[in-house]
Design a protein around this ligand. Structure first.
Ligand SMILES: C[S@@+](CC[C@H](N)C(=O)[O-])C[C@H]1O[C@@H](n2cnc3c(N)ncnc32)[C@H](O)[C@@H]1O
Length: 282
């Protein structure tokens, strides 16, 4: 049973689950991560699937030789897991979301052991050659995740993190996601990991922010306005009460989504998207 739960964590998980359902239904998207936009790929919604597949290709190309067993932490809908299995790796998964764990099991069957819990809470005697965090590290408690990874890796095992981090600049652009890169590096210095490889893919992932903003402006916001209009006309009293009760939350959401600062260019100014491969040194 998952512990460590707080309201923010639950809403994040629900957000990812909704993202998975909508992405799959409307755009036939298998994955839950950003796309990797190569210069030849036009940045448009119809190409998100291709960009996501580019990302998986990029990620898999950085798994070092000699790795046989992998723990896929925060496996999402299981499509990366499936590709890892197809390449011959022995894979286990961690998913705190029952919905996503079931989706993964349906896709890969009993070829993986599914740890349906937060990574920080996992309990097993198993050890792995590689612990993989594909856009899941940002959701972890850094020190706990690093300690768990040390415990779960074989001697000389590898940790592969591919994720967004915050640069040390004021958060004026309201783009969410990622741990502070300097705090992460500080935490990391207390653990026995040696950096083997680092690739900055910020420029290739920034276009995702332009697409998300465009969709928010052209679809999400107009739908919210229409729903509000509908409720105001059909149930004015209830609508007024709901708006009053949630006035602070609504103001926060309006502020967050009305700003036009969420662009790929601003993402590059305040975030860095990195793939980092580490070796456990003891
Ligand atoms: C953005 S999705 C990425 C999914 C997948 N790795 C991919 O690349 O498509 C983030 C994933 O992290 C998982 N996650 C969030 N917090 C977690 C935690 N504390 N422990 C393990 N997984 C977590 C979510 O359930 C979700 O599957």
């Amino acid at each position: 049973m998952a512990t460590n739960r707080d309201k923010k964590t639950v809403s994040r998980e629900v957000g990812l689950e909704i993202g998975s359902i909508c992405g799959q239904y409307f755009l036939e998207l298998d994955h839950l991560h950003y796309g990797y936009w190569t210069p030849d790929l036009e940045v448009k919604i119809a190409n998100v699937g291709k960009a996501q597949n580019n990302y998986v290709k990029f990620l898999l190309s950085h798994i070092p030789d000699g790795v046989k067993t992998i723990l896929d932490v925060g496996c999402g809908s299981g499509h990366t897991t499936k590709e890892l299995l197809a390449l011959g790796y022995k894979v286990d998964c961690v998913s705190p979301s029952h919905f996503l764990a079931e989706k993964t099991k349906k896709l890969v069957g009993d070829r993986v052991e599914m740890f349906e819990c937060f990574y920080e809470d996992i309990e097993t005697d198993k050890k792995y050659d590689l612990v993989l965090f594909s856009e899941s590290f940002q959701y972890m408690k850094v020190d706990q995740a690093l300690q768990k990874t040390c415990d779960l890796l074989n001697p000389n095992g590898r940790m592969l993190i591919s994720d967004i981090f915050k640069k040390d600049v004021p958060n004026v652009y309201k783009i969410s996601g990622g741990h502070s890169i300097s705090k992460f590096e500080e935490s990391l210095s207390h653990f026995p990991f040696k950096l083997l490889e680092e690739v900055d893919i910020t420029n290739y992932t920034a276009p995702n922010i332009d697409l998300i903003s465009d969709m928010s402006e052209k679809v999400v916001q107009p739908v919210i306005v229409l729903v509000e209009k509908f409720l105001d006309s059909r149930a004015p009293f209830t609508s007024k009460c709901v708006k009053w009760i949630f006035r602070k939350k609504i103001a926060k959401i309006e502020k967050k989504y009305s700003s036009n600062t969420k662009t790929g260019e601003n993402f590059k100014k305040c975030k860095v998207y990195k793939l980092m491969l580490f070796k456990k040194t003891n």
